[in-house]
Design a protein around this ligand. Sequence first.
Ligand code: ZN
Length: 202
Amino acid sequence: MDASERALLIIDVQNDFCEHGALAVAGGAAVAAGIATDLAVRSADYGHIATTQDWHIDPGTHFSDTPDFIDSWPVHCVAGTPGADFHPGLSPALGHVGARFRKGRFAAAYSGFEARLAADGEASDSESGMLLGDWLRTAGVTSVDIVGIATDFCVRATALDAVAQGLDTTVILPLSAAVHPQSVAEVVAGLQDARVTVLTLG
Ligand SMILES: [Zn+2]
């Protein structure tokens, strides 16, 4: 396949989802560094590289003082705060990123396909940016690789939406980290049932 038809989607590699963040996922910092190392070697494999960020303004019941870590969560990734910034370990990769998408302003949004194109540096993007799926179609992308955080939530939801939108979809498991590591085997089985390719070796 021509590289121009391939995209890498880097999901929610943000400070609040890494160690010491508000909703820390074990292994998050290593994922950030791993993606940067991977792209230093083979960014040319991808014609398009995009990031998503959880980017909350007032997401309603997505935030809770008594979170269940399934449907409700501690306050995290508030728009414009350091917690919503990319983890510094990802910094070497950002030069390869052609477009940044943000999601979840006023409601929970797990899938990157709910994210809209962000104006660079804007803390208060409008709701009018192009949706990720439209952007990929416009770019002629037919195949996506997905990495990032968290395996069992936003990576999973993004992968399921990608196949639903007709994209040849691969999750690179060693470049993702899970909120509930004990759930990963079940998540992988569900993705495979949905015809997502899951790479388990780096
Ligand atoms: Zn969120």
